[in-house]
Write a protein of this length. Structure first.
Length: 146
C-alpha cells in the first residue's frame, strides 16, 4: 500500500476508529465506467461527519450563536474501486484537536473489510456573523476526544 502522509502506522490507525455509518453506493454516484465518481467520497465524508458530530452531541443546533463548524480543507485517497450497489462502512474520528479546529479522519471498508478510501479534513469553529475562528470549549474538546 502506498504511503499516506497523515497516517503513521496503518494498523494502529485502523484500530482507533469506533464510529461508522453504512453506505450503499447509488447508481447516481457512479461514472460512465461504472465505478464511484471521484467526487462521491466527499459526499460520504460529509454524511458520516454530520452523523459523528450529532452522535457526540456537537453542532446539533444550526442556529448556534457561539460558533459553527466549517470545512477548511478536505482530502481523499482512493485505494480500491467501488461500484454501484457496493456497501461500505464509513468510519470517522477526531484525530487531533486544536484551539479552534479539529482534524477529522475517515476510513471506508468494503464488505470484505478491505480498505477502499482514506481521508482527512480540518473543521474550523467560526463565529457565524464575523467568520472569525472561535475557540472550542473544553466541553467540546472532551466530546471530540471520546
Amino acid at each position: 500500500m502506498k504511503s499516506i502522509s497523515y497516517i503513521e502506522d496503518m494498523e494502529k490507525w485502523r484500530e482507533s476508529f469506533s464510529f461508522f455509518i453504512p453506505i450503499k453506493i447509488r447508481f447516481s454516484e457512479t461514472d460512465m465506467y461504472g465505478h464511484v465518481n471521484n467526487v462521491s467520497p466527499f459526499i460520504y465524508f460529509e454524511e458520516a461527519r454530520i452523523e459523528f458530530l450529532k452522535s457526540i452531541g456537537l453542532f446539533n443546533n444550526a442556529q448556534n450563536e457561539d460558533g459553527i463548524p466549517v470545512v477548511a480543507d478536505l482530502q481523499c485517497d482512493y485505494h480500491k474501486q467501488m461500484f454501484f450497489n457496493d456497501k461500505i462502512n464509513l468510519y470517522v474520528k477526531a484525530n487531533s484537536i486544536g484551539n479552534t479546529s479539529v482534524d477529522i479522519h475517515y476510513m471506508a471498508l468494503d464488505d470484505k473489510e478491505e480498505l477502499t478510501l482514506t481521508g482527512r479534513g480540518r473543521l474550523v469553529h467560526i463565529h457565524p456573523e464575523t467568520g472569525k475562528p472561535v475557540a472550542l470549549t473544553e466541553s467540546m474538546k472532551q466530546k471530540l476526544k471520546r
